[in-house]
Design a protein around this ligand. Structure first.
Ligand code: NAD
Ligand code: ZN
Length: 377
C-alpha cells in the first residue's frame, strides 16, 4: 500500500462540542504503532450511544471527538508486531477489547477486558490516547473506535477479523447494536425455551433482543414502545404482543402482570431511561424473574423498592451483550451468513458520511431503525 507508514489525510465528521452538529473536516490519521492496525472504514451504523454522548452525557472532556462505533472496514496497514492481520483483511472494530491476558478476559463470566477504555474513562467515553488530529488538535476516538471517518487506528486487541465474503455494509451492525441486544437476551438474561419475555424500547438494540428471545425459544414476547410505528418491525423479529405504555392509565408493569399471571420471566430495558429500567424490573415475576439493563445512561441514579429483589428477582446489566468480542464477532458474522440471525431487516436508510447529521436526526425523531453510512468502496 502506497499509504503504509505515512500519515493519511482523510474526511471525518468531527464533534467539536456537545449538542452541536458534526462538522465534516479533513483529519490526519497517524500510522499504526506497535500492535496497532489502520483501518479503511467502509460502512458504519449510527447507534443511540453516539447520540447519548452528544446530547445527554455531554461531558466536555469527551470532546472534540469522532463518533461512530458500529463500523466495518478493510485493513490498510499494520504496525510492528502485528501478525494476525494483513492489508486487505475484512475487519470489525470493537468497542470492547479482548486482550486474552487480563483476569477479566481469562474469566468466562465476563466480557469486560481490563485494557478497554471502559476501565477508567466512562465519562469521556474514550481512551485519552488517540491517533487522530485535526487543525493541530488531538481528536478523541469515541469508544476507542471512531468510525465516522474514512480511516481509523485500533489496537489489535480491539479488532475482529471476519469472513472474506461478509458484506461490510450489513455486518457493521454486529460491531454494536445487534450483538448487544441479541447477546443481552441469549447470554446475560439467559432466556429459556417456553419463557415469557418483555423488551422495552424497539430500536435496533431492542429488536435484536426480541430476535434473541425468539431464537432462545421464548413462547411469548411482549414488545413495549411509546412509538407504535416500531411494532411492525418487532413482529418480523418474533414479537407476539405489542404494548404502548402511554395507552394505559396504569403502570405497564401492572398491565403485564395481569396478562401473564404475575409478570414476565425475562425483561430487557433497551431505552437508556432509568424510569424504564425500574418499570422493566417491576414487570418481572417474583421468585425467578430476571431483568437486564441494556440502555446506556450514566448521568442519573436508578431506584427501586428493595422488595423487588427481596422477592427473588434478579437485576443485571449487559455491555455488548456479554459477548467476548474478538472470539464472538466473527462467529456472529457467520451466523448472519448462514441465516441464523437477521441483519438486513434492521436497515431502514442508506446514506453517505456527509449525511451523518441527517442520520442523527432520523434517530432523534424515531424515524429510523438503523441508518448505514457508506463511507468508502
Ligand atoms: P433507538 O433510539 O433506536 O431506540 C430506542 C427506542 O426506545 C425507540 O424506539 C424509542 O421510541 C423507545 N423509547 C423511548 N422512550 C421509551 C419509553 N419511555 N418506553 C418505551 N420505549 C421508549 O436506540 P438504540 O440504538 O436501539 O439503543 C437503545 C439503547 O441501548 C440506548 O440507550 C443505547 O445507548 C444503548 N446501547 C447500549 C449498549 C450496551 O452495550 N449496553 C450498546 C449499544 C447501545
Ligand atoms: Zn452502540
Amino acid at each position: 500500500m502506497a499509504t503504509a507508514g505515512k500519515v493519511i489525510k482523510c474526511r471525518a465528521a468531527v464533534a467539536w462540542e456537545p449538542s452541536a452538529p458534526l462538522m465534516m473536516e479533513e483529519i490526519e490519521v497517524a500510522p499504526p504503532q506497535e500492535g496497532e492496525i489502520r483501518i479503511k472504514v467502509v460502512a458504519t451504523g449510527v447507534c443511540h450511544t453516539d447520540l447519548y454522548h452528544l446530547f445527554e452525557g455531554k461531558n466536555k472532556q469527551g470532546f472534540p471527538t469522532v463518533l461512530g462505533h458500529e463500523g466495518a472496514g478493510v485493513v490498510e496497514s499494520v504496525g510492528p508486531g502485528v501478525t494476525d492481520f494483513k492489508p486487505g483483511d475484512k475487519v470489525i472494530p470493537l468497542f470492547i477489547s479482548q486482550c486474552g491476558e487480563c483476569r477479566f478476559c481469562k474469566c468466562p463470566k465476563t466480557n469486560l477486558c481490563d485494557r478497554n477504555w471502559t476501565s477508567n474513562n466512562h465519562n469521556i467515553m474514550s481512551d485519552p490516547i488517540t491517533r487522530l488530529t485535526c487543525r493541530g488538535q488531538p481528536i478523541l476516538q469515541f469508544m476507542g473506535t471512531s468510525t465516522f471517518s474514512e480511516y481509523t487506528v485500533m489496537n489489535q486487541i480491539a479488532v475482529a477479523k471476519i469472513h472474506d465474503d461478509a458484506p461490510l455494509d450489513r455486518v457493521c451492525l454486529l460491531g454494536c447494536g445487534i450483538a448487544t441486544g441479541y447477546g443481552a437476551a441469549v447470554n446475560t438474561a439467559g432466556v429459556t425455551p417456553g419463557s415469557v419475555c418483555a423488551v422495552f424500547g424497539l430500536g435496533a438494540v431492542g429488536l435484536a433482543a426480541v430476535m434473541g428471545c425468539k431464537n432462545a425459544g421464548a413462547s411469548r414476547i411482549f414488545a413495549v414502545d411509546i412509538n407504535e410505528k416500531k411494532f411492525e418491525k418487532a413482529k418480523i423479529f418474533g414479537a407476539t404482543d405489542f404494548l404502548n405504555p402511554k395507552a394505559y392509565n396504569k403502570p405497564i408493569s401492572e398491565v403485564l402482570a395481569e396478562m401473564t399471571n404475575g409478570g414476565v420471566d425475562f425483561s430487557l430495558e433497551c431505552v437508556g431511561n432509568t424510569e424504564v429500567m425500574r418499570s422493566a424490573l417491576e414487570s418481572c415475576v417474583k421468585g425467578w424473574g430476571v431483568s437486564v439493563m441494556v440502555g446506556w445512561t450514566d448521568v442519573k441514579d436508578f431506584s427501586a423498592r428493595p422488595i423487588q429483589l427481596i422477592s427473588g428477582k434478579t437485576w443485571k446489566g449487559s455491555l455488548f451483550g456479554g459477548f467476548k468480542s474478538k472470539d464472538s464477532v466473527p462467529k456472529l458474522v457467520k451466523d448472519y451468513m448462514s441465516g441464523k440471525i437477521k441483519l438486513d431487516e434492521f436497515i431502514t436508510h442508506n446514506m453517505s458520511l456527509e449525511q451523518v447529521n441527517d442520520a442523527i436526526n432520523l434517530m432523534k425523531t424515531g424515524e429510523c431503525i438503523r441508518s448505514i453510512l457508506n463511507i468508502s468502496k
